[in-house]
Design a binder for this molecule. Sequence first.
Ligand code: 5GP
Ligand code: MN
Length: 342
Amino acid sequence: MRTLKNPEQLWSAIDSGSRIALIGHANPDGDAIGSVSAMYHFLKQTGKQASMIVPNCFPDFLSCLNPAADPILIYRNETETCRQVIADADLIISLDMSGPSRIDDMADAVFTDSRARKVLIDHHLSPVVEAYDIVISDTDVSSTCELLLSLILESDAIGGDISRLNLDCATSIAAGLLTDTNNFANSIFPSTLERFSQLLQRGVDRDYLYNEIFCSYSASRMELMGHLLSEKMTIIQDGTVAFIILDKADKEKYSFHTGDSEGFVNLPLKIRKIRMSALLTEDDGFVKVSLRSKGDLDVNRFAREYCNGGGHRNASGGRLYISIAETPDYFTNSIEDYFKKA
Ligand code: 5GP
Ligand code: MN
């Protein structure tokens, strides 16, 4: 599916917006933080001020993208300030999410209370188009950051000349590409490498970003990874599906911080026979589901049908409203059911 709408609508909305809020999804990843901060730096370059808000904390390894002068606001920590920013905004741009449900308890402030114009810029399947005034959606890209770079390059301010893009914006975009492709392991389109090449030409320091994002583990995070792989991974469905359980006891034992399990879901896919992998994480009131697959195995459908979620064919997620103790059985039965139907 490809529903890229006329970017002119976006630029004219930005031209007429005077108080702009940029919003990323809950449990923000590198593409969410990258696209929000890239848009912030681009707007700043063109003389526009914007505020950035995400529903809850982002991992420490993304702090390198958080502008010191204007830090990203965390709704859960600074609810009143965030609600005021949202109420004051005349333009709200949501990035890297398919719809309102991805911003959790921030959704009422953005979608019920606010009368601002609403824009969505995203690369997920099935965006909730009716929630927004302007939707720019393209699923044939690696990431929202890649889509955003294409849009920005076409803007009057940049006019196709990457050397005119400020380095902070370019660096934020590169971070989104690096993280959503898992360091160029998946979701690669021909355009992805072309865009990354342009970012390198612009002077983005890939080595710096690689070290910040992928080589900044704490010792306890590394120990948690070892523990989960050796003790908490279960292989089912004739050796083709693996799931890992991360419960609160292990979170506490290994001093878990937001983002510490980032990338763990990919690890079982290194086993030759494994075609699908899940990380099932105990959270407050729900179990967070993270899904990855190889080839044409569609985890988006699995996420929709069994996990109250969605995403992409090879990378999806959702939530289970059951206890962590019930989770292994529920997941195993769901997998059986899913493969029987397939
Ligand atoms: P992750 O496993 O990295 O948390 O999420 C992978 C992808 O799954 C995300 O990029 C997003 O597309 C999707 N996803 C994750 N959690 C949810 C969710 O709760 N609801 C929906 N609809 N999609 C999700
Ligand atoms: Mn993304």
